[in-house]
Design a protein around this ligand. Structure first.
Ligand code: NAI
Ligand code: MG
Length: 354
């Protein structure tokens, strides 16, 4: 198998952790006889400095030609005062839109050795291993009209969905549930919102196509509570754009560090953008101490969701878990009695395990 991957390091620790993903992928390629070619382009602040725009055409074109894109992170204090069209985040929003990345997948797992890195009680976090599938290009964040009226004192936002938009995200979630533990929780507000009623109808219709998946419906307010009182009851959660935005940040506290959380954003044909949930971490950039795990696990998601290399993805995930289990950890994690390592050493441990 031959795949072409575009690397977008971006800014800050993005530049450091992207190398970790590349090293891990090279190890996988060698071990499993795959061919990955890499091409690096600028995005965000780095692109502003070099080309005067956060998303140069060359970068966008390269991403459109690629089988998948890996992104580090964008942003930093240097560009904070820039006008909005010259902000690094513009690059990120632009590329998500240009590639029509409608499905955002965020796996969240309470790793055994890191349970007390979370602010939640160990017995609550223990055993949690869930995937949030968030609709990313529709819903409340994109519906029109969205405007101020009558001198700005009346405001309106619109929660708009078409059947097709709901069907494709629900299908994606069913497929993901099938690859995991076969349980799907659809989160909505069907007791109030029309959009949620159609959402629920479609989930009910789709059930017949996925008889091996157990489905439940949970209202979003109850889901928010259950996520931090009994997270291990969830396998796959599928939900609307804004609900997913809120729930995925809430769920991120289960792991205890932003440095552990990967994400995937997918287009219908399987092309995807994979990036850690964290930002460019200007406070630790350039010091070689960033946790590369979120970026490395993002590369694993790329193997699984864009290249259907589920077994190879699992090898990376197992390697990460094994290295953490033996007590090695970066500075953002609390592990009693373990050994603290930097970005490079952490990466090498994972590569060696593979
Ligand atoms: P951040 O995620 O960069 O950092 C928050 C805190 O978590 C910091 O103390 C940082 O040191 C720590 N942290 C984050 N990732 C880590 C890792 N891998 N290893 C160890 N520690 C880690 O969020 P912040 O500080 O709010 O934003 C910094 C910049 O990043 C801003 O310019 C922001 O706009 C941008 N940003 C970019 C994102 C993206 O590219 N997707 C997402 C979030 C923020
Ligand atoms: Mg958010």
């Amino acid at each position: 198998m031959k795949k072409h991957i575009v690397l977008l390091p971006g800014d800050g620790i993005g530049k450091e952790v992207i190398n970790s993903a590349k090293d891990v992928l090279s190890a996988i390629a060698e071990e499993y006889n795959l061919t990955f070619s890499f091409e690096t382009h600028e995005i965000g602040g780095a692109a502003i400095d070099l080309y005067g725009t956060p998303l140069p055409d060359t970068t966008l074109e390269a991403c459109k030609q690629a089988d998948a894109v890996l992104l580090g992170a964008v942003g930093g204090p240097k560009w904070d005062q820039n006008p909005s069209h010259l902000r690094p985040e513009r690059g990120l929003l632009g590329i998500r839109k240009a590639l029509d990345l409608y499905a955002n997948l965020r796996p969240i797992k309470g790793f055994k050795n890191l349970l007390h890195s979370s602010p939640l009680k160990e017995e609550v976090v223990s055993g949690s291993d869930l995937l949030i599938v968030r609709e990313l290009t529709g819903g409340l964040y994109f519906g029109t009209p969205s405007e101020r009226r009558e001198n700005g004192q009346i405001v309106v936002d619109t929660l708009y969905y078409s059947r097709k938009e709901i069907e494709r995200i629900v299908d994606k979630a069913f497929q993901a549930a099938r690859q995991r533990r076969g349980h799907l929780t659809s989160v909505d507000k069907a007791n109030v919102l029309e959009s949620s009623k159609l959402w629920r109808e479609i989930v009910e219709e789709k059930k017949a196509q996925y008889p091996d998946v157990v489905v439940e419906h949970v209202l979003v307010d109850a889901a928010a509570m259950k996520l931090i009182t009994n997270p291990s009851q969830f396998d796959v959660i599928v939900t609307e754009n804004m609900f997913g935005d809120i729930l995925s940040d809430e769920a991120s506290v289960l792991t205890g560090s932003l440095g552990m959380l990967p994400s995937a954003s997918l287009r219908e044909d399987g092309v995807g953008l994979y990036e850690p949930v964290h930002g460019s971490a200007p406070d630790i950039a350039g010091k070689g101490v960033a946790n590369p795990v979120a970026m490395i696990l993002s590369a694993a998601l790329m193997l699984r969701y864009s290249f259907q290399l589920d077994q190879e993805a699992k090898v990376i995930e197992d390697a990460v878990e094994a290295v953490l289990d033996s007590g090695f950890h970066t500075a953002d994690l609390q592990v009693a009695g373990g050994r603290r390592v930097g970005t490079f050493e952490m990466t090498k441990l994972i590569v060696d395990y593979i």
